[in-house]
Design a binder for this molecule. Structure first.
Ligand code: HEC
Length: 174
């Protein structure tokens, strides 16, 4: 056997040994778990706090941007959703039960098929069934506070009054 092969084989052996022991001997770095959102959400919140939680939920746990993003086109964009929501509930095709933008957004989240944005329904259902899951169920599992928080986030982003949440989210929370 050439020297080269011997050196190569030996090197592979050493790399193998290191790889084997690295897995076992180097203590894994345990990441500090962030406080669960529900714990944060259990505290009474100002409107700002609620809106901040809502932004986190919207961009993280809520998985909203998986579908609501400008790339995939699988769901309508939610920019300006407060204004859009007010138009939707006044539209002739609206058949849900919401009376204002906040109610419309909540309805979209917990009962998506109550009204399906034209063109976005499950194929073959003539826009009677939404592909969006009930965000309380499925893998998303949002709490009522987290749902309020997302609505507060949309309201804050639109510069309108935050109308959802506990009394602690009242005027002093501005
Ligand atoms: C699996 C993809 C998917 C996920 C995840 C999803 N949505 Fe949707 N969403 C849709 C689709 C598709 C529609 C349009 C059909 C309809 O009206 O239900 C929609 C509609 C909506 C509407 C009504 C939009 C309008 O223009 O009237 C709102 C509000 C909304 N979603 C909010 C959310 C929020 C907030 C989340 C995260 C908590 C979320 N969605 C997560 C797919 C999704």
């Amino acid at each position: 056997m050439s020297n080269f092969l011997k050196v190569a084989a030996f090197s592979l052996f050493i790399i193998g040994v290191y790889t084997f022991f690295a897995d076992r001997l180097i203590p894994p770095i345990a990441p500090q778990a962030p406080p669960p959102l529900t714990e944060v959400a259990a505290r009474p919140m100002t409107a700002d706090g609620l809106a901040r939680l809502g932004e986190e939920v919207f961009k993280g746990k809520g998985a909203c941007t998986l579908c609501h993003n400008p790339v995939g086109g699988r769901a309508p964009l939610l920019d300006g959703i407060i204004i859009k929501a007010n138009e939707r509930i006044k539209g002739p095709g609206y058949r849900g039960g919401a009376k204002d933008a906040a109610e419309y957004i909540r309805e979209s989240m917990v009962n998506p098929s109550a009204y399906v944005v034209p063109g976005f329904g499950v194929a073959g259902t003539h826009d009677t069934k939404s592909p969006m899951p009930d965000v309380r169920g499925s893998e998303i599992g949002l709490s009522e506070v987290e749902i309020d928080a997302v609505i507060a986030y949309f309201q804050r982003s639109a510069g309108v009054e935050v109308t959802v949440g506990s009394p602690a989210a009242g005027p002093e929370g501005k």
